[in-house]
Design a protein around this ligand. Structure first.
Ligand SMILES: *Cc1c(COP(=O)(O)O)cnc(C)c1O
Length: 495
């Protein structure tokens, strides 16, 4: 199996695609053909633990890697850093509705599922491709990705990780999570500006040959851990198979029965992994794409028009989904065109020049065959947290609440009664103040961590140790920089 670019560049190996991240033509790497799994193989997953399931699935997606390499990587990634031995436990809540909890890793959000494994895949990929320089991961974060990347690359030999976050743009809990990171290969720098400033600064650094030259002289090569990397996409395929295997094991479904997944979506990475699982033979009915007030994807899936030209950007209580350009959508567009790189490149060009494109009728039919979509505003989001807590005694975070509410609306609109799984992407304690207010608690003048304490008392749901420990951890990173001095800030940090 080789990897091809959505915009037509030469095929490469899977390890090379992981090492490079983006294809040289600006496209994203996708597998040339999908692996496939028989129902018997899927059934056999039921008897395995999460790590064994991951080895079985990922072998087919990562043919450059030996079984031994995958076993070692996976057991290192999904081990004691997770607070639930199931790694991605499936909770039955009621009425054929399940929640797939993807936040039992070290940073309490689903990004750990990929970013705990990526460092292993990346360092193996470097070795396989004769890359001996230190891999220097640069990240701009609006909150969750930064900490997950820091935690994933922490003290991984041959790597170094530097995160830029907007000084005014992250929650106190998110900031504390980052600036208290230990390890000898981590750097965290606050940018005087917003997320866009941090993000465009990082993009500029990536395209500056002079800076790449300086890094090379220091024996370093820049790389990225963001969600367009194939190495971040494939670990996410595993948990869809795992959820299905759990349903089979528990006798909730029969082999071959279709299950829907409802996914709170931002960059379209998580839901795309479900699409890949479906292509590989997992019996999935509908993929329900859930959005908050930033509902560009809802409009796209219902009309076939992707339009950001006159769309306001809303800051919501589910910030990891506040996004207008979902970069992984390019991979789906490529599939819908029948793997037509020229057509895909043309759509992406239109998006950057006209801020809008419209897919063909034929593509829309294919899209709607697999996908449904919905969105909720702030009131509906908060009401869903309250309802879930009151009716089901189940505490969910703001992102999960978006999906939970969209699933309910989808069911009442369509009458689709297939068993459904809501993908739960963050611990409620990661967004403690919002969750507390949604269930009727008083925020008062309390800071984020104190709010979590009140939430724990009110709900009886234990606060994760990582949150409780935050105020006691020493602050290790205090560097700040102006948005036009990010390169200098890196050189200073490297000493
Ligand atoms: C990143 C994130 C999402 C969105 O996932 P995408 O793969 O970008 O669609 C949803 N919820 C949480 C908590 C996240 O951190």
């Amino acid at each position: 199996m080789s990897m091809i670019s959505t915009r037509g560049a030469c095929p490469v190996s899977t390890s090379y695609a992981i090492l490079r991240g983006l294809a040289p033509d600006g496209g994203l790497y996708v597998p040339e053909t999908s692996p496939s799994f028989t129902l018997e193989e899927i059934s056999a997953l039921s008897g395995m633990d999460y790590a064994a399931r991951a080895v079985f699935i990922l072998q087919r997606y990562l043919p450059d890697f030996t079984e031994e390499e995958l076993k070692n990587s996976i057991s290192g990634a999904y081990g004691k850093k997770f607070d639930d031995p199931a790694i991605a436990p499936l909770k039955k809540v009621k009425d054929d509705t399940y929640y797939l909890e993807l936040w039992h890793g070290p940073t309490l959000a689903f990004k750990d599922m990929a970013l705990q494994l990526l460092p292993y895949l990346l360092t193996l990929s470097a070795r396989k491709n004769g890359e001996n320089r230190e891999i220097f991961i640069l990240v701009a974060t609006s909150g969750d990705t930064g900490k997950a990347a820091l935690e994933g690359f922490l003290d991984v030999p041959g790597t170094r990780c530097c995160v830029f976050y907007p000084q005014e743009g992250v929650s106190r809990a998110q900031q504390l999570q980052m600036v208290t990171t230990g390890g000898s290969n981590t750097h965290v720098i606050a940018v005087e500006g917003n997320f866009d400033d941090a993000q465009s600064g990082v993009k500029k650094i990536f395209s500056d040959p002079g800076f790449a030259g300086t890094m090379n002289e220091q024996g370093r090569v820049l790389s990225s851990a963001n969600s367009i990397n194939y190495g971040r996409l494939v670990p996410q395929i595993v948990y869809y198979f795992s959820a299905y295997a759990d349903l089979l094991r528990d006798g909730a479904i029969s082999l071959g029965e279709e299950v829907n997944f409802c996914v709170p979506t931002g960059n379209f990475g998580d839901i795309l992994a479900a699409d890949y699982a479906k292509r590989a033979g997992l019996p999935i009915g509908k993929l329900i794409c859930a959005s908050n007030a930033n509902n560009v994807l809802t409009d796209f899936i219902t009309t076939g028009v992707y339009d950001i030209s006159s769309r306001p950007f809303y800051k919501t209580e589910a910030p990891s989904m506040d996004i207008l350009i979902s970069s992984n959508l390019e991979r789906l567009i490529f599939t819908l065109t029948g793997n037509d790189a020229a057509a895909t490149a043309a759509y992406m060009k239109k998006l950057s020049t006209e801020k809008r494109y419209e897919i063909t009728e034929d593509m829309l039919v294919k899209l709607q065959n697999n996908y449904a979509a919905g969105c909720v505003d702030a009131d509906a989001l908060n009401a869903e947290i309250a309802r879930c807590y009151a009716e089901d005694r189940y505490l969910i975070d703001t992102h999960t609440a978006v999906a939970s509410a969209v699933l309910r609306a989808y069911r009442s609109q369509t009458g689709d009664r297939r068993k459904s799984v809501v993908v739960s992407t963050a611990s409620p304690y990661k967004f403690g103040p919002a969750v507390l207010e949604a269930i009727g608690g008083e925020r008062g003048g309390l800071d984020d961590i104190a709010c979590c304490g009140v939430l724990e008392k009110m709900s009886g749901v234990a606060m994760p140790a990582q949150i409780a420990a935050l105020p006691t951890l020493p602050i290790r990173h205090t560097q700040t920089c102006r948005k036009d001095q990010m390169e200098e800030a890196i050189l200073h940090a490297l000493g």
